[in-house]
Every structure is written in structure tokens, then in C-alpha cells.
Design a protein. Structure first.
Length: 337
């Protein structure tokens, strides 16, 4: 009897672990079956199928052949499309740049922001100008620049500049996304290298281009980690669909594995995220650096444009690099940021 007790305990423990695993799988299945919100469901319906898009371009490059990695798109008041992106050049440094287009497929580079700039984000300031944020090295940190108008942006003539101190990590803070510009205050999100080990999320404000305040966004981290992501939680982009705020964000399944990057739609109200099952023409499996923008497409129709970086690891033939695609909005109800 005594000899059998350990085996009985082990059997009981195994049964409990099996039950916990079944409950976890059931929870994940319910998460798939029941979207986090109407906004995340609509984003999934629009963003998941590249093959059904109204337009697309794989391996996007500017007119000089530079790759447009981690591209984020905005639209100027005159209808011109603006892209900010980065490229790893022969000097071994990333260079952020801005390019213009009239068709979302062909891009002309207008200005290079210099070595050590990458992961750029661009936003209108509501007064005819623009605010640009990017990650800057060495000593990776978030830098912001303000431009009086479109001409100043395309010439690289900043009227104000701010390089943020690192307050959450002594190693790296970056991948900014500007969520709003309200007067003299810029709201943005980003990442910080938690424990100098793994990227995690932050929220920040810059007031008067002088005062910086950043805090961790652990709620967003938890939502993406729930899907089994043990690596970095990095780039993201926010927008409104149908009056609901939605964040599209990347999560890395395994540390150091670029083929394990996935894309998620996060609902800030509930604190839940849905996994997006992206379908490309060739069947690529990994997607990083997501962005989403509401704009008018080249045919003059309201559309959602999605940008994804397809890592070489996990990519189908001809699909590695920056992917841009857009779907026409058949119903109103989306506003940028």
C-alpha cells in the first residue's frame, strides 16, 4: 500500500496537468471563436487575406532599390502617400528615410535621416506640419523631430528636436509609434528592453518638446504573452475602426527565432488580443513590424492599408521583405489614430 501511494499521487498530478492543458486549449479555442471586440474582428476581416486585397506589393523598395523595411504610411492633404522606413546600408548602419508615391507601389525617396535611425513613425500635427519619431543609436533611444510643413519634412529641415532619456531600461528603448499629437503634447508607444533581455511595451508622452514621461504597458504585454509568445513583444500601430480603438502588434513565439513572429489585434478596452492568421499568395508564415493606416486608395476610395515585414525565415519564395496591401472599406466607420 505504501509503495503504491507515490504512483497514485503521480497519476493524480498527471490528471490535473492534463486537465489544466485541456482548459488552456479550450480557452485559446474560445479566444479564436469569440473576437476580443467588434474592432478586432473587423481588423481581422480586412487584414488577414492578402490574396483578396485590392492592391499589394511584396518586397517594397524605393526608386534607388533600397528596401523599405518596417514601412509606415501616411497620406498628405494633397493626396500624396508618404512612407517612413529604414534600410540597412553598406556602412553597417540602419538609415531611416521618407519617400513619396502616387500609387502605393512605386516610391521615390526624398530624404535620408542619417545613420543610426530606424523604426520610424510619422503623424500629422493638426496644423499643417508633421512629427516624426524613430529609434536612434548608439545608446538606442527614442528621438522626435517636428517639421513645419510637408516641404520641410521632405527636405529634412526640423524646427524642433528631442532625444528622449532612457528611463525604463539602461540598454534600449525604441520602436516608437505616434498615437496622437494634441497641441504641444505628443502621445506615443514604444518598447523597452526589460532587464536588458527582452522587449516589452511602453507608453509615453512628450510635452512641449521638453518633458518626457514613459511607463510600462504590462496589460498589453500580458495580452500578447497569453498566446504563448516567449520572445520579444515589439512593434505596434493603433487606429480606430467603427469607433473602437484597435492596436495591431507583433509577438515573437521563440526568442531569437525570426520565423516565429506573429501578428495580433489588441482591444485596449478588454485587454484581450486576437491572433491574425495572415494568408499570402505563397503561404509565408512569419510577419513582423505591423502597421495599419486608413487612407484614400489610388482609385479614390476609402481603404485600410496594412504593412508587414516578412522575415526571410518563414517566408515564401519572392515574399520576403516589406509587404504593403490595402482593402477597400465598403462601409464607413474608420478614423486614423
Amino acid at each position: 500500500m505504501t509503495a503504491r501511494q507515490p504512483r497514485t499521487a503521480l497519476c493524480t498530478l498527471a490528471a490535473l496537468l492534463a486537465l489544466a492543458a485541456a482548459l488552456l486549449l479550450a480557452q485559446l479555442a474560445r479566444a479564436d471563436a469569440a473576437p476580443a471586440s467588434a474592432g478586432t474582428a473587423r481588423l481581422a476581416a480586412l487584414a488577414q487575406d492578402v490574396t483578396a486585397a485590392d492592391g499589394h506589393r511584396y518586397d517594397a523598395r524605393d526608386h534607388t532599390g533600397r528596401t523599405m523595411d518596417a514601412a509606415q504610411i501616411e497620406q498628405a492633404q494633397d493626396g500624396t502617400y508618404l512612407a517612413v522606413y529604414h534600410t540597412l546600408l553598406a556602412d553597417g548602419r540602419f538609415h531611416a528615410a521618407v519617400a513619396t508615391s502616387t500609387d502605393l507601389r512605386h516610391w521615390r525617396r526624398r530624404h535620408d535621416f542619417g545613420p543610426g535611425t530606424h523604426q520610424a513613425s510619422l503623424a500629422h500635427d493638426g496644423r499643417g506640419g508633421y512629427v516624426l519619431a524613430y529609434e536612434k543609436d548608439p545608446r538606442n533611444h527614442i528621438a522626435l523631430r517636428a517639421y513645419e510643413d510637408l516641404a520641410a519634412l521632405l527636405d529634412g529641415r526640423a524646427e524642433r528636436a528631442f532625444d528622449a532619456p532612457r528611463t525604463l531600461s539602461r540598454c534600449a528603448e525604441g520602436t516608437p509609434d505616434i498615437t496622437a499629437v494634441r497641441g504641444a503634447t505628443v502621445h506615443l508607444t514604444g518598447h523597452y528592453r526589460a532587464g536588458c533581455d527582452t522587449d516589452r511595451q511602453l507608453r509615453a508622452t512628450l510635452t512641449g518638446f521638453r518633458h518626457w514621461h514613459a511607463v510600462p504597458d504590462r496589460r498589453l504585454d500580458r495580452a500578447v504573452h497569453t498566446w504563448g509568445n516567449g520572445g520579444n513583444i515589439g512593434d505596434r500601430s493603433s487606429m480606430e475602426l467603427g469607433g473602437q480603438r484597435v492596436v495591431i502588434i507583433e509577438g515573437q513565439g521563440r526568442r531569437g527565432d525570426f520565423g516565429s513572429w506573429g501578428t495580433y489585434a489588441y482591444d485596449p478596452s478588454s485587454g484581450r488580443a486576437d491572433r491574425l492568421h495572415i494568408r499570402t499568395h505563397g503561404g509565408s508564415r512569419a510577419f513582423a513590424n505591423p502597421s495599419a493606416t486608413l487612407l484614400t486608395d489610388p482609385r479614390g476610395r476609402p481603404a485600410l492599408l496594412v504593412g508587414l515585414f516578412v522575415p526571410r525565415e518563414g517566408s515564401a519564395s519572392g515574399e520576403a521583405g516589406q509587404l504593403l496591401y490595402w482593402h477597400r472599406l465598403h462601409q464607413p466607420g474608420g478614423t486614423v489614430r
